[in-house]
Ligand binder design. Structure first.
Ligand code: PGA
Length: 221
């Protein structure tokens, strides 16, 4: 059985009130999260991991938590950083090397490798983002997200056929066992991607912010 992963990346968006509203809508559909065929991973901003975790526990809602970033260092005197040991208290996954981190925070391949190693050291599952089939991929990356730059936040997704071809290529050339597609995924187009043989799920930005749209993505995936 293929398990489809659906990862919501809220980026630097939402406040406590907005998150509470989102959760209040989502909690009306508990059965959406119990299917063994779909695994839903929610990546809120750091300050809200605790709040969301508490809500999920109280409502026995089967969502898994992820972080959007991780410190390249272990714990210590690194002002402003959040380390793997801290993330592990709340989350199981961590997004590493997102294009926005590379572009706005000048993250290099070396930095991304260090972050991935920190994730692994703390038993977090890194979702390593790549922008093309020929990007440098740190060794030991088992889960990748193929996110072509022109598709992120533009409303212009890649074609499912091309994304599938790149996913296959990534699996053949690396240790990756799962490849997600990300970039302008919506409830309307998600199935075209998840139906592809080598695409194991989706990484969703903007369309995960609205609970209704995100519910549609889970239903249609
Ligand atoms: P988008 O973002 O769904 O808003 O295009 C995807 C991502 O950046 O992971």
């Amino acid at each position: 059985m293929k398990q489809t992963l659906i990862v919501a990346n809220w980026k630097s968006q939402k406040t406590t009130k907005e998150i509470q509203e989102w959760l209040d809508e989502i909690v009306q559909f508990p059965r959406l999260f119990t299917s063994p065929e779909k695994k839903i991973i929610l990546c809120p901003p750091f300050p809200y991991l605790s709040l969301v975790k508490k809500f999920l526990q109280e409502h026995t809602l089967m969502l898994t938590l992820g972080a959007q970033n991780i410190s390249p260092f272990s714990e210590g005197a690194y002002t402003g950083e959040v380390g793997g040991k801290q993330i592990k208290e709340f989350a199981e996954y961590v997004i590493v090397g997102h294009h926005e981190r590379r572009e706005y925070f000048t993250e290099t391949n070396e930095m991304i490798s260090r972050k991935m190693n920190q994730a692994i050291a703390h038993e977090l599952l890194p979702i390593v983002c790549v922008q093309s089939g020929s990007d440098h991929i740190p060794q030991e990356a088992t889960m990748l997200a193929y996110e072509p730059v022109g598709a992120i936040g533009t409303g212009h997704p890649d074609t499912p056929e091309n994304a599938n071809e790149i996913a296959l290529q990534l699996k053949q050339q690396n240790t990756a066992r799962k490849v997600l597609y990300g970039g302008s995924v919506t409830a309307a187009n998600v199935h075209a991607f998840t139906a592809m043989g080598d695409i194991d799920g989706v990484l969703v930005g903007a369309a995960s912010l609205e609970a209704k749209e995100f519910i549609g993505i889970i239903q249609n995936a």
